[in-house]
Write a protein that binds this ligand. Structure first.
Ligand SMILES: [Zn+2]
Ligand SMILES: [Zn+2]
Length: 350
């Protein structure tokens, strides 16, 4: 198979700083789309994988699964996208297409022989490693390419492909909407999307953040209330208040304290994940028929639904656009939560 070579930023080894390099992209297949990448978001999970914190990883690694750009060529069999279309690519670029999950449009849970193919740090069906969005071009099968509606800038759309769907999916599934009280724990890359989306769905939104430092931002994004979790009074004041709590932080939390904030029948959903087991007193679930749940990104149909919803409601990520030579500095700043609220790489600078 012939390949083209494109510029990219890669980590050559675990924990190594990212540096400019060249990577191969496969020749356009019958059902492939060639995308000129305009922007790539920096997700905290990029850093986890570069640091090899989620198990053995593939190097060199080109991270990036929040990709927005424009179609510049299509294979002969492509029907879903045309040259010039504004498109995005999220966390996976292929799956078995035959299992129960793939047929249901929840490809993120593909149970085929190799599961789904990650956008990077994964091996494609051609046996070659996949490389992500910190590059100028990418080739992806048309089924795994999303439409980005007019009306959302590509820079603010890029983070929707991971942070957007990660928060939209549980809010959608657990019925955030008019008459429902939703708490969002943490106002970071995920939380700032959750607040906007839950507000647009019509829910009454409360932010639970460590301090009141970002209160003005939270209210501007659409939150109705904002409380500091460092204030011990918060947990007494808000007992039995929420239908749904969406926890976006991966730090250790006292799950029991948060479960007490749910109304009877309420659900607390994790999208942030501590790296080790968390103790839960089961009586805090039994008393009040409460549920503790998890949620992982979303399938292709729901991701498209999310993009259409965000365009309709004028929702995008709050971004700080950076040049590629600032990726390593941006990683350091993500680790200290010094970003409001997502770094996006201008790939023209690669
Ligand atoms: Zn991500
Ligand atoms: Zn499958």
């Amino acid at each position: 198979m012939t390949v083209t070579t494109v510029p990219a930023y890669a980590a050559p080894a675990p924990k190594a700083p990212l540096e400019r390099t060249e990577i191969p992209r496969r020749e356009l297949g019958e059902h492939d789309v060639l995308i000129d990448i305009a922007y790539a978001g920096i997700c905290h999970s990029d850093i986890h994988q570069v640091h090899e914190e989620w198990g053995p990883a593939l190097f060199p690694m080109v991270p990036g699964h929040e990709i927005a750009g424009t179609v510049s060529a299509v294979g002969s069999g492509v029907t879903r996208h045309q040259v010039g279309d504004r498109v995005g690519v999220g966390c996976f670029v292929d799956s078995c297409r035959e299992c129960e999950q793939c047929l249901a449009g929840t490809e993120q849970f593909c149970t085929g022989p190799n599961g789904n193919t990650g956008t990077y740090n994964s091996v494609g069906r051609d046996g070659e490693p996949t490389y992500g969005g910190y590059s100028t071009r990418i080739v992806v099968d048309e089924r795994y390419v999303l439409r980005i509606p007019e009306g959302i800038g590509l820079d603010v759309a890029a983070p929707l492909l991971c942070a957007g769907i990660t928060t939209y999916s549980p809010l959608n599934r657990w019925g955030a909407g008019p008459g429902r009280k939703v708490a969002v724990v943490g106002l970071g890359g995920l939380g700032h999307m959750a607040v906007q989306i839950a507000h647009a769905m019509g829910a009454e939104v409360t932010v639970l953040s460590q301090s009141l430092r970002k209160k003005d931002d939270g209210l501007a994004l659409g939150a109705d209330h904002y409380y500091a979790t460092a204030d011990p009074e918060t947990f007494g004041q808000l007992a039995n208040s929420f239908d749904l709590i969406l926890n976006t932080v991966s730090a250790d939390l006292d799950f029991g304290a948060y479960l007490r904030l749910l109304k009877a029948g309420g659900t607390m959903v994790q999208v942030g994940a501590p790296g080790h087991p968390v103790p839960v007193q089961v009586f805090s679930l039994i008393g009040g028929n409460k549920a503790l749940a998890g949620s992982m990104i979303g399938g292709i149909p729901e991701t498209q639904q999310m993009l259409d919803f965000c365009a309709e409601h004028g929702i995008g990520a709050q971004v700080e656009v950076i040049s590629a030579d600032r990726i390593n500095e941006a990683y350091d700043r993500v680790l200290t939560s010094d970003v409001r609220y997502r770094f996006v790489i201008d790939t023209a600078t690669i």
